[in-house]
Ligand binder design. Structure first.
Ligand code: FES
Length: 87
């Protein structure tokens, strides 16, 4: 369980164990467009402003993971207690 903050509105939502970041964001009326929902297509790419993602996609290279300027919220989660997303 961790929190996601929407940078543009300041809205904060808790992401439960059994849901994705995309699912949780719907509760604060933020609609991230998805396609595969499995971390393979790249459609849902979202910028990360703060926090440490737990990348679970099959797209980012090691270097990109280390940088963590974006994540794929259909599948990825967080290591830190909160992620601030560029939404
Ligand atoms: Fe395909 Fe997220 S919807 S990577």
């Amino acid at each position: 369980v961790f929190e996601v903050e929407v940078a543009s509105s300041g809205a904060v939502v808790t992401v439960q164990k059994d849901e994705s970041i995309v699912d949780a964001l719907r509760r604060v009326d933020v609609d991230v467009i998805t396609s595969c929902a499995q971390g393979v297509c790249g459609t849902c790419e979202t910028g990360v402003l703060r926090g440490v993602p737990d990348h679970r996609d099959a797209l980012l290279s090691e270097a990109e993971r280390a940088e963590s300027r974006c994540l794929y919220p259909c599948i990825s989660r967080a290591v830190s207690d909160r992620l601030v997303l560029d939404l």
